[in-house]
Design a protein around this ligand. Structure first.
Ligand SMILES: [Zn+2]
Length: 274
């Protein structure tokens, strides 16, 4: 799934790879997916997109935008694998959308579980998208301790660390994937209550949130995800499906995986005490 490090990576790669290319053709799904979302009828995308030139690309939160000429934009959300294919590449058998480009290269879009491939003119009317676009990213300097404290303060209930960071889109693009290493690096249990995250624990959580996400981003995303070219990210996840059977890197204990608040959490019971 696209989270902050992946949207930043794919946005940067799309910027250097796709800008100034023109869309020459659009092909709709070879195998329609129940949970692939579009703006209106994807059969009309050709009319909207053909002849448009890519002007810029941006990643934010869990979205990547391809800004095109004539005020047209293509936005992909979490759960979409957008891939660049060089001229002469084999066309994949399965895709939800395929966009041919002016250098005989092309983009394919596929869905992992669910996701949106939205093409539109002007403004994209989507609550989560606007929230993402108008929020301060943890990668930005403006996301400082005072801002983080305001997020904690504005959360009414005494929620858990996972609920605080990775639900309700308080921090757009911080999802259940990146959460695991942020909490591990801060030595905080996913179920630990917000009210106990004061003093050094709160400072440690803030520090870990900033450094873990910056590290993941500078290494091109996590190794559990793929980038624009289909390569795994260079950030080696400490706690993920890839490492579940490995011992804790700090203490050697067995890592626990359990379902909690929509999605599995991974933690070391001795390094991340409740
Ligand atoms: Zn441990």
């Amino acid at each position: 799934m696209i989270e902050i490090p992946e949207s930043a990576t794919v946005g940067r790669q799309a910027g250097t790879t796709l800008v100034n290319k023109t869309i020459t053709d659009v092909f709709t799904a070879t195998s329609p997916h129940k949970f692939a979302f579009f703006t209106g009828d994807p059969g009309e995308y050709g009319k909207l997109l053909k002849g448009k030139r890519v002007i810029s690309a941006h990643g934010h939160g869990m979205f990547v935008d391809l800004v095109c000429s004539d005020n047209i934009c293509i936005t992909v959300g979490e759960g979409i694998n957008m891939r660049y294919h060089e001229p002469g590449s084999k066309i994949p058998d399965k895709y939800q959308l395929l966009i041919a480009l002016s250098d005989n290269d092309f983009l394919s879009f596929n869905v992992a579980m669910y996701g949106g491939i939205w093409a539109y003119k002007g403004v994209f009317d989507n609550k989560y998208y606007s929230l993402s676009l108008n929020s301060i990213s943890p990668l930005a300097d403006e996301f400082d301790e005072a801002y983080f404290e305001s997020i904690i303060k504005n959360t009414a209930k005494d929620v858990s660390a996972k609920a605080l960071l990775a639900t309700e889109q308080r921090i757009p693009g911080l999802g259940n994937g990146v959460l695991q290493d942020i909490l591990f690096n801060a030595r905080i249990h996913p179920k630990r209550k917000k009210s106990t995250l004061t003093g050094s624990a709160g400072a440690e959580l803030f520090r870990s949130l900033k450094t873990t996400l910056k590290n993941m981003t500078s290494l091109g995303g996590r190794d559990t995800e793929k980038d624009l070219f289909g390569n795994n990210g260079g950030y080696k996840t400490v706690l993920s499906k890839n490492t579940l059977n490995d011992p804790c890197v700090i203490c050697g204990n067995k890592i626990i995986k359990e379902a909690y608040l929509g999605g599995a959490v991974y933690y070391c019971p001795s390094c991340q005490k409740l």
